[in-house]
Design a binder for this molecule. Structure first.
Ligand code: AMP
Length: 283
């Protein structure tokens, strides 16, 4: 595995490789504290026979909560070993200066319409604007043919697809969405799980249990009744609910009730202790 801190060095390396052989570049942007979920994206890229580039960059502009940014885990030594073991080809670890050389405001801002007003957009003002900035910069620097994203961040997947459209990059970069990886008990893997103590880890299982309950209830009851049941379950487990919502899986437009003509998605955000978790299930 080759490690680059500077985009120019990464680009030189890729250009040289391109001169030697035809390349399919697969890119996995991350914020580090890598787990099996991230690794499934690396594996997906390897399966497609990509030259696999993983970036680790904790992007300041996407944190609406400064505490969350400060406490975001940094496990670079372990991450590097994990990526070596996973046979990732290139690790890109830019610093803030490299991504935002002329400051945060000098980078183009993209707007994502209603996606910024619902669910994660509503709960985390400015979050997707920050995601748009960093992903646009990373795409320009890495120029991948394939971009691998996790279904765990369903709304982010739609935002990034919208970004690629706005950049007119649909012909350059295709998005591949990889299913959510969970632990044995169903908790969606997340870098933030490192901040949960044992009790909180048990309490956090109520998120997936709720998603499963709603999936099982979709033919027998209304969404509102299923939602009420889950609100009680989450409260019993000391989870502070931000939203439990049903939406059209393709557009993420909220649905008031189950619509079996549509692919649907259930989305949850809740705080467990001091940690904010999100999860979703396609139903
Ligand atoms: P992050 O480091 O949290 O920014 O995530 C980097 C990428 O990994 C994003 O595309 C996430 O959606 C994806 N990801 C995070 N957790 C999981 C998971 N449990 N399963 C699959 N993909 C994930």
């Amino acid at each position: 595995m080759v490690i680059f801190k500077k985009a120019a060095d990464l680009q030189d390396f890729i250009t040289n490789k391109r001169n030697e052989q035809q390349l399919k570049l697969g890119f996995i942007p991350t914020m580090g504290a890598l787990h099996e979920g991230h690794l499934s994206l690396i594996e997906a890229a390897k399966k497609q026979e990509c030259l696999t580039v993983c970036s680790i960059f904790v992007n300041p502009t996407q944190f609406n909560d400064p505490e969350d940014f400060k406490k975001y885990p940094n496990t670079l030594t372990a991450d590097t070993k994990t990526l070596l073991d996973a046979q990732c080809d290139i690790l890109f670890i830019p610093d803030v200066q490299e991504i935002y050389p002329n400051g945060f405001d000098a980078v183009k801002t993209y707007a994502f319409g209603y996606l910024e007003t619902i669910f994660e957009g509503a709960q985390r003002p400015g979050h997707f604007e920050g995601v748009g900035k960093v992903v646009a910069r990373l795409l320009e620097l890495v120029q991948p043919q394939l971009l691998f994203l996790g279904q765990k961040d369903a709304q982010q997947c739609l935002v990034i697809k919208a970004l690629i459209k706005q950049m007119h990059w649909e012909q350059k970069t295709s998005v591949i969405i990889v299913p959510t990886i969970r632990n044995k008990q169903g908790l969606a893997l997340s870098s933030r799980n490192l901040r949960l103590n044992e009790t909180e880890q048990q309490q956090a299982l109520a998120l997936y249990q709720s998603l499963q309950f709603i999936n099982a209830a979709k033919t027998t009851t209304t969404f509102v009744l299923a939602q009420q049941h889950c609100e009680a379950l989450l409260r019993q487990n000391h989870c502070k609910i931000e939203y439990i919502a049903l939406a059209d899986a393709e557009t993420l437009k909220p649905l008031a009730d189950f619509d079996h003509q549509k692919d649907m998605i259930v989305l949850i955000a809740a705080r467990v202790g001091a940690v904010r978790l999100i999860d979703n299930l396609l139903i």
